[in-house]
Design a protein around this ligand. Structure first.
Ligand code: ZN
Length: 302
């Protein structure tokens, strides 16, 4: 029988909740602002109770969360948001609160790991065991699967904070990451583009030097990821990527930066199928949460 999944895309500014069975069946999506943990998680639980009253029991819930988080099921702090500077949210037992209230298994991971899993399950990453997903938007984050499993390790990847070569003569902008200044996110997130060029990023026209510089930083970061993790595909989502020519500029520059060293036809001949847009559009997150629910359900059944 088809299982009904609950999904939460938990962002620092808003929550998106949905119930459904997959990409062609997302029911009654609800959005509300992220306020205090008690109020916001409470609203999510109320939403799922209402869905259960209408559609029957949820099999599991998946949470694609802002972070940093503890995504390791073997850890005593599994399911918590750990050290976030967001007021009130540090050390919040998010997955535990949802699981106790609804009595279902709960999958819990970073928003970008979840999006990668969603793309693997239903989108542009189907059939691949090594896949990276980035969101390039208000912030920058990256996650993915290595050898068929979501990447955790020490904590979880923080690819948005990798350091990139920064030529201060060509780009004197100091970056906006509160921790590192000119890390990847500090140089290349949407608000960094707006701040550097003193103009909203989405109003900068095609051909503006802003996009050449943005493509350069993105290509440097993708080159680092290709050389360290050897992904079979990279998916670039997030609002900044909606600029129409940006993806092609990144593809071209990645090939130039690798300079023929990584000898794979995927890069040499088919880079347009190697660095790609999300197959699920802007629904990678919420469908990723469904995919986390599905994974938690299978793990609980074992
Ligand atoms: Zn940083």
């Amino acid at each position: 029988m088809t299982k009904l999944w609950g999904g939460i895309e938990a962002g620092g500014t808003k929550f998106v909740c949905a119930a459904g069975t997959g990409p062609n069946d997302i029911r009654a999506e609800q959005r509300f602002p992220t306020t205090t943990p008690t109020e916001t998680i409470g609203r999510a639980i109320d939403y799922f109770r209402q869905q259960q009253a209408e559609h029957g029991k949820l099999a599991a819930v998946g949470i694609a969360s802002f972070g940093p988080i503890d995504p390791n099921p073997a850890s005593p702090k599994f399911g918590t948001i750990t050290t976030t500077p967001k007021p009130g949210w540090a050390n919040t037992d998010f997955a535990g609160a949802v699981g106790r209230a609804l009595g279902v298994p709960v999958g819990f991971d970073t928003d970008v790991n979840a999006a990668a899993l969603g793309e693997w399950r239903w989108g542009a990453g189907q059939g691949l065991a090594n896949l990276i997903y980035f969101t390039i938007g208000t912030g920058i984050g990256g996650g993915g699967l290595l050898n068929g499993k979501l990447m955790h390790g020490l904590i979880h990847p923080e690819m948005g904070h990798m350091r990139l070569p920064h030529d201060l003569t060509a780009d004197p902008y100091r970056g906006r990451c509160p921790y590192h200044g000119d890390c990847f996110e500090g140089l290349a997130c949407g608000p960094a583009i707006s701040e550097r060029w003193k103009q909203a990023a989405d109003t900068l026209p095609d051909g503006h030097p802003a996009w050449v510089l943005e493509a350069h930083y993105l290509a440097l970061a993708m080159t680092n990821v290709i050389c360290t993790l050897s992904p079979e595909r990279i998916i670039l989502g997030g609002g900044v990527m909606s600029h129409p020519t940006l993806l092609a500029m990144v593809q071209r520059e990645v090939r130039e930066l690798l300079a023929g060293y990584v000898q794979s036809p995927a890069i040499l001949n088919n880079i347009d199928k190697y660095i790609v847009a999300p197959g699920l559009g802007n629904q990678s997150g919420v469908l990723g949460a469904f995919a986390l629910a599905e994974q938690a359900f299978s793990a609980a059944a074992r």
